[in-house]
Design a protein around this ligand. Structure first.
Ligand code: PRT
Ligand code: ZN
Length: 287
């Protein structure tokens, strides 16, 4: 009998492909995804990987051709297919925004009533305008949305933005954020049995990778009389570890700190008398 496997759909090529592969590799799941390959297996985990266009992933997962997948929230929101969102993955971040030509005197969304708006996201945009009580004329185009105003095809656009340089170089100004998006892990609704067990196992690993990415390991030296002040700044996983140094009156303190307020904590530690601060990245963090 064939061994059961968790079937996962990943983007074959594009902005989510590297991040998806890298995440699985950090979870200890290696595989070879050579050019033109549509399917791969791993020696390390009971998994079968399908490489697809991102737009097809919600459908493959909803229909159970794949058990799970990685896709942008924007693609998910545009798709009529219903799936379970299991976890946000922290890469592929972008926003779906409305932008107008520089000479458009924009005050609020009502200024777009009756205007032609070019987008590859008609479902999301129709809901957004309807929700705001504005009737715009939404035109679906599949690519190069940003050039539509300059060739007279539209008055405004709605497209994905990350750095903003594409809009800028096409003379467009971002005026409304319709949604924010990042890559998410999705699963077929009601997934159960062995595939659900495999998913839980994978999810445990993913969460430890994500927690590790959001934290740093910090080591520092401190004179004994400063330890109380310094440890107040370091929450750690439980409480910071302290170890005596060879030099009397000094200890080494080890802890874990969040990436987001990292620099503020380090400044505080220096002011409180910490010396020889070392910061290391963490591979896995099991809570
Ligand atoms: O072939 P396939 O259909 O699989 O790929 P695709 O061409 O549809 O998608 P791809 O690879 O471009 O994007 C995959 C996913 O990456 C998207 O669905 C988003 O979830 C996410 N993502 C993150 C982005 C961007 N950032 C992004 N900047 N997707 C597209 N862009 C494009 C945007 O459309 C515009 O053309 O980049 C340009 C803007 O970038 P900036 O940096 O100039 O603002
Ligand atoms: Zn696509």
């Amino acid at each position: 009998m064939k061994e059961p496997k968790l079937k996962i759909a990943l983007q074959k090529q594009g902005r989510l492909a590297d991040g998806s592969t890298a995440l699985l590799k950090k979870c200890g799941i290696g595989f070879s995804n050579g050019f033109g390959k549509l399917r791969a297996e791993s020696e390390d985990f009971p998994i079968e990987i399908y490489f697809l266009r991102d737009d097809d992933i919600p459908e493959y997962v909803a229909d159970g051709v794949a058990d799970i997948g990685i896709v942008g929230e924007n693609v998910l929101a545009e798709s009529p297919k219903r799936v379970e969102t299991v976890e946000k993955l922290g890469f592929g971040r972008c926003r779906l925004s409305v932008a107008v030509p520089k000479n458009f005197e924009y005050r609020d969304l009502a200024d777009l009533a009756g205007k032609r708006i070019a987008t590859s996201y008609p479902n999301i945009l129709n809901r957004y305008f309807a929700g705001n009580g504005v009737a715009a004329d939404i035109h679906e185009i599949s690519g190069s949305v940003e050039i539509a105003p300059s060739i007279g095809l539209a008055d405004a656009v709605c497209d994905l933005v990350s750095s903003g340089s594409t809009l800028f170089s096409n003379g467009l100004t971002e005026v409304e954020t319709v949604m924010r998006s990042e890559a998410v892990l999705i699963a077929k609704q009601g997934l159960d049995g062995t595939p659900r067990e495999f998913l839980d196992k994978l999810l445990f690993r993913i969460r430890s990778v994500l927690a590790a990415q959001a934290n740093k390991y910090i080591l520092l030296n401190a004179p004994l009389d400063k330890v109380a002040d310094i440890t107040k700044l370091l929450p750690g996983m439980k409480s910071p570890t302290t170890m005596p140094l060879a030099e009397p009156g000094w200890v080494s303190i080890h802890s874990v700190i969040g990436e987001s307020d990292f620099w503020e904590v380090v400044d505080g530690l220096k002011r409180a008398g910490a010396e020889g601060i070392l910061v290391l990245s963490i591979d896995q963090m099991i809570r």
